[in-house]
Each structure stands twice: as structure tokens, then as C-alpha cells.
Design a protein around this ligand. Structure first.
Ligand SMILES: NC(=O)c1ccc[n+]([C@@H]2O[C@H](COP(=O)([O-])OP(=O)(O)OC[C@H]3O[C@@H](n4cnc5c(N)ncnc54)[C@H](O)[C@@H]3O)[C@@H](O)[C@H]2O)c1
Length: 312
């Protein structure tokens, strides 16, 4: 099989920065591209925050952290994709922006480069419409924070060949991840589940059943705790399917079936409160609380990953 050592990541935001760090940690040479030089500076800062936690937990040494940084080339010049063996795009989740990017980028990379989008759920077949040689294009959906969460969804569009989907799958394995093949449906699998949950959480708060803090505690101290070890079908089997059937019979009809964003999410979006990335969302992240919460999250996730998945 052809060796693929030169990785290009397009988009140096929340996802792209940590994806670049992950590839570099596993010895790949990484070109991290963003149209905005300021985004590249922010990415460097994010990677150094990641490193603080990783060094603290003994995942990498301080020397390795430095070597990882040296393997990442930061650029706003799209021509730097010329030597790409494998590319993942993590730019804005808008089809027209992704189309414009891929039409240009797929002309610059070598003909045999394997290409993937980290889209959260846009159609891979649709994005591929503008890609030169679309049979080498598929989905590689990482989960935030990408340097810690094990799962990667691997998605084939109508034109993706089996061989190229396997290349994406094997690349995920080479990065120590847990890849899962899924079909090209809106939101794939993870976001269909995540947004069904989000819709009902918004509904619960809207109807005054509890507060956002209450919802978060219910998830953290029960459902999330269980789901860290067992999937919903396994949980149901253990609980008893008669119980699950009977509860579904009276509860499904009362759950939200809203078909557009509403409630607290719409209100926050309309007021440009975007969460950690701009200082406020459902909670407040002003005065350095943004970096604190990222560190807290990464420390807790790292502990969880160590206790659940670390091989002795
Ligand atoms: N944030 C998440 O939790 C998450 C999880 C999985 C997948 N994704 C997907 O990953 C992608 C990126 O998400 P994010 O959260 O990192 O977004 P982000 O807004 O943090 O970063 C996007 C970056 O792309 C850059 N960009 C925009 N247009 C560009 C272009 N034409 N060329 C190059 N760079 C461009 C922006 O400057 C920005 O730095 C999206 O498709 C998103 O749906 C996000």
C-alpha cells in the first residue's frame, strides 16, 4: 500500500487545529491551512493548551511536544497543498463555502491524494460534485475534541471507491482511533443522535421542566455515565425491553418534534452568543474562563479515556 506521510488540514479552527496536532503526534508531516492568518495563531495557542494536558498526563513528553510543533507547517497559501498525500478539510459548515474550497483544492493536490471532509453531516455525495476525481473523496468525521475522542465516522459518497474509504478507515486506525463505517445520511449517525438529544433538552428548558444546569447534571451523572460504557441498545436490553416499550408508548408523543432551531439555542445564536469561541453561550466564558473550561474538559476526557480504553 502507498505510504501517505504528507497530510494537509484545511481550516485551523476548533477541529482543524487539534486534528493537525493528532497527525503530527503520530509522526506525519502536517500542513495546516486557513484563509485567515489570525486563525493560524489561534490554532498554535490551542495546540499548546492541548500539550499542557498531554504532558501533565504523561501522554507525551515536553520534548515530544516540541517535535510535534515542528512537524506542523502553518500556511495561508493554498499552493502548499501540492505535496499532499491525504487531506482533511475542516472549514465552515456551509455547502457553498466547501464547494468553492474543494473545486480549487482538488485541482492543486496530486491526482492520487486521498481527500476527506470533516463535515458534521452535509452530504458527501453533494460535496463531491465539485471534486476533481471524486472517487478518492469521502467523509472523515472526527469528534470534538479530536485529539482525545476515539471515534471517527468514515462515510462513502455515491462515487467513493471501497479502496479509498478503506484508506480513510486505515488512517483513522493508524492514529489510534476507533473508525466506524456509516452511510451518507444527513448528520450521519453521531449527529442524528446528538441533535435528537439537543432538541429535547431545549424543549425541557422551554417548558420549564428543569434548567440548563439541571439538564447537564442529568446527562453527566446518569445518561452520559452509562453511555460511556454501553450503547443505547445494550442499556435497553439490560433495563428490559418491556419497560422500554411501555415508556415509549406514552412518552414519544410528548417529545419535541420541532423542525427548526428554537428556544435558548435560537436566542443565543440571534444574539451572536456562540459559546466558548466568543466568550458566552448557555454559560459565561469571559475573563479567561474559556481556556479554563477547555483545560477542565480535556483533563476529564483524558482521565475517562485512560480508564476506559488504555491498554495495559
Ligand atoms: N466543532 C465541532 O464540534 C465539530 C465536530 C465535528 C465536525 N465539525 C465540522 O468541522 C468543520 C469545522 O468546524 P470547526 O468547529 O472547526 O469550525 P471553526 O469555525 O472553529 O473553524 C473553521 C475554520 O475554517 C476557516 N475557513 C473558513 N473558510 C475557509 C476557506 N475557504 N478556506 C480555508 N479556511 C477557511 C476559518 O477561518 C476557521 O478558522 C465543519 O465542517 C464542522 O461541521 C465540527
Amino acid at each position: 500500500m502507498r505510504e501517505r506521510k504528507n497530510i494537509s488540514i484545511a481550516g485551523a479552527g476548533t477541529m482543524g487545529a487539534s486534528m493537525a496536532e493528532t497527525f503530527a503526534k503520530f509522526g506525519y508531516n502536517v500542513t495546516l491551512y486557513d484563509i485567515f492568518p489570525a486563525a493560524l495563531d489561534k490554532a498554535k495557542r490551542l495546540i499548546s493548551i492541548n500539550h499542557e494536558t498531554e504532558v501533565e498526563h504523561g501522554i507525551i513528553s515536553a520534548e515530544e511536544a516540541k517535535a510535534i510543533l515542528d512537524r506542523i507547517h502553518y500556511t495561508s497559501d493554498i499552493q502548499d497543498f501540492k505535496n499532499t498525500d491525504f487531506m482533511v478539510e475542516a472549514i465552515l459548515e456551509k455547502i457553498d463555502i466547501k464547494h468553492k474550497f474543494w473545486a480549487e483544492a482538488s485541482e492543486i493536490v496530486p491526482e492520487d491524494a486521498v481527500l476527506a471532509s470533516n463535515t458534521s453531516g452535509l452530504s458527501i455525495t453533494k460535496i463531491a460534485e465539485v471534486v476533481k476525481n471524486p472517487e478518492r473523496f469521502g467523509g472523515m468525521h472526527w469528534i470534538n475534541p479530536p485529539h482525545i475522542i476515539p471515534l471517527i465516522e468514515v462515510i462513502s459518497g455515491e462515487k467513493t471507491t471501497k479502496e479509498n474509504a478503506e484508506t480513510i478507515y486505515n488512517m483513522a486506525l493508524a492514529l489510534g482511533k476507533k473508525p466506524v463505517y456509516v452511510n451518507d445520511a444527513p448528520g450521519f449517525v453521531l449527529n442524528r443522535i446528538q441533535f435528537a438529544i439537543m432538541r429535547e433538552c431545549l424543549n425541557i428548558v422551554e417548558r420549564g421542566i428543569t434548567t440548563p444546569e439541571g439538564v447537564d447534571d442529568v446527562m453527566k451523572y446518569a445518561l452520559g455515565f452509562r453511555y460511556a460504557c454501553l450503547g443505547p441498545f445494550q442499556v435497553a436490553d439490560l433495563g428490559g425491553l418491556d419497560i422500554f416499550y411501555n415508556i415509549s408508548s406514552y412518552l414519544f408523543a410528548d417529545l419535541s418534534n420541532a423542525d427548526a432551531p428554537f428556544g435558548l439555542l435560537k436566542e443565543a445564536f440571534d444574539n451572536n452568543k456562540l459559546g466558548v469561541k466568543n466568550g458566552g453561550g448557555f454559560y459565561d466564558y469571559s475573563d479567561g474562563k474559556d481556556e479554563e473550561v477547555i483545560k477542565y474538559r480535556d483533563q476529564m476526557f483524558t482521565k475517562l479515556a485512560e480508564s476506559l480504553f488504555k491498554k495495559e
